[in-house]
Design a protein around this ligand. Structure first.
Ligand code: IMP
Length: 443
């Protein structure tokens, strides 16, 4: 069948460990009249997107900011949903828009539900690990584990007249499982008593709470895979909003210190239930430096410069408030993420955070003894054997916040952009010099 006349899905994908300021770009780009809808395809409320909308700073976790421009916001089947978090966010979004969410928010019936026992398990399992992942404790991992083991409940089950019974049976099953963990003397968990107390609270309130959430969410639940398919057949363009970043991908990231879902371009299609033949353009997003929140390998993490970047870039997690680790842009890691996603072009974000540095560090390759390593290693023990090699470009040492055109950028900054572009061999098409939508330069 010819592709002519069909709509397409453009994707915005993070190329680092998340927090690349994708939220700002989605907010800016989704205002374009070509987009009919913006769709989240993976992750859950572990993600935090900070946006500045009409002068107000807002943090969203699940609902795409495209809804503020009147676009449909879709939560595709790959998303895991904490109903309470979603309902709270619906309240925030509703207070910012005159349009009713009722016609704008679509939740796929196949999304997995996060229950309080998943959040509790996220804590217990972390306690049990000798090497901590430092998860966001939002229950994402346990909910996705139960999806794979076929023990989860779908949000579409809220429409089932037997939902209360399904819920009550699942609750008994999960409580039995967690009690088994807590009562086993060989399971190395401290604070077992406090976990038992939380489990009792869950036992008491979960059914009633989730029946209430179901009444609120039912009108939004639908088959979004079919909805997107029809829109694409009708020639419409959809924006797919990535969560986290390629280096947190469950398979191709820095395993085991990764999230529990796939974050790379292929997951747009498995997460929305759409064929890859509809892929349009992919915009890869990276900061002009690197950050990571949580444990795991971070070869270009820096001490003093890292502190400056953390402060200037306000590098605190939008979801958990945790301080992000900061360091230099890592070219082999970026090339790895580019290989996985084949972006058509790159957005280079938070350039203004580098404004005060007299020289800008760039990790161009790694070394292992006398050996030069150009590729991002695949396995944890290999990362432990390599050291970053840095090159330094002169800084521009002046504020770029007011720059609105390429021609207004400092000469040193243009040199930095060209240098990165040559190293990654992909066109840089967007620059960001501040959090507001107007602080964006299209090349
Ligand atoms: P989880 O996704 O909560 O299971 O956490 C697993 C790892 O992914 C932890 O290191 C988290 O800090 C990290 N992580 C999850 N979501 C995000 C995000 O949106 N930004 C940055 N890191 C994240």
């Amino acid at each position: 069948m010819s592709k002519l006349g069909l709509g397409k899905i453009n994707g915005i994908i993070g190329l680092q460990w998340g927090d690349e300021a994708k939220g700002k770009l989605v907010h800016k780009l989704s205002n374009n009249s070509i987009y009919k809808a913006v769709a989240r395809f993976a992750g859950g409320n572990n993600a935090g997107h900070t946006i500045v909308h009409e002068g107000k700073t807002i943090v969203t976790h699940l609902i795409s900011s495209g809804i503020l421009w009147g676009k449909k916001a879709i939560l595709g089947s790959g998303v895991v949903i904490d109903p309470k978090s979603l309902i709270d966010e619906m309240g925030v979004i509703q207070s910012l828009t005159k349009e009713s969410l009722r016609t704008k928010l679509l939740i796929d019936s196949r999304c997995q539900i996060i229950f309080p026992w998943h959040i509790l398990l996220d804590q217990i399992l972390e306690d049990m690990r000798s090497s901590k992942i430092d998860t966001t404790k939002r229950g994402i991992g346990p909910a996705l584990t139960e999806k794979v083991s076929r023990d989860g409940i779908l949000i579409g089950d809220m429409l089932n007249p037997s939902f209360e019974q399904i819920l009550a049976e699942k609750k008994e099953e999960r409580i039995c499982y967690i009690n088994h963990l807590l009562n086993n003397n060989y399971v190395p968990v401290v604070n077992k008593d406090s976990y038992r107390k939380k489990l009792l609270e869950i036992d008491k309130s979960v059914v009633e709470d989730y029946l209430r959430y179901a009444e609120i969410l039912k009108p939004y639940i639908t088959d979004t895979s079919s909805w997107i398919y029809e829109a694409l057949r009708d020639g419409k363009t959809i924006l797919a909003e990535g969560a986290q970043g390629a280096l947190l991908d469950n398979t191709f990231g820095t395993y085991p210190d990764v999230t529990s879902s796939s974050t790379i371009v292929g997951s747009i299609f498995t997460g929305l239930g759409i064929s890859p033949k509809y892929l349009g353009d992919v915009l890869g997003v990276t900061k002009a430096y690197a950050t990571r929140v949580g444990n795991g390998i971070f070869l270009t993490e820096l001490g003093d410069i890292g502190e400056i970047l953390a402060k200037k870039g306000n590098e605190f997690g939008a979801t958990t408030g945790r301080k992000r680790r900061c360091g230099a842009i890592d070219i082999p890691a970026l090339r790895h993420a580019i290989r996985l996603n084949s972006p058509n072009s790159i957005a280079l974000m938070k350039l203004d955070v580098l404004d005060t540095l007299d020289q800008i560090p760039i990790c161009t390759y790694y070394v292992e003894g006398f050996k030069v390593i150009n590729n991002f290693p695949t396995l944890q023990y290999e990362w432990n054997n390599v050291e970053p090699h840095y090159e330094y470009l002169p800084g521009w040492e002046r504020s770029t916040r007011n720059c609105r055109k390429y021609s207004e950028l400092p000469r040193e900054l243009i040199r930095y952009i060209n240098y990165i572009q040559d190293l990654i061999n992909v066109e840089i098409s967007v620059l960001s010099v501040g959090p507001s939508p107007e602080e964006t330069i299209f090349l």
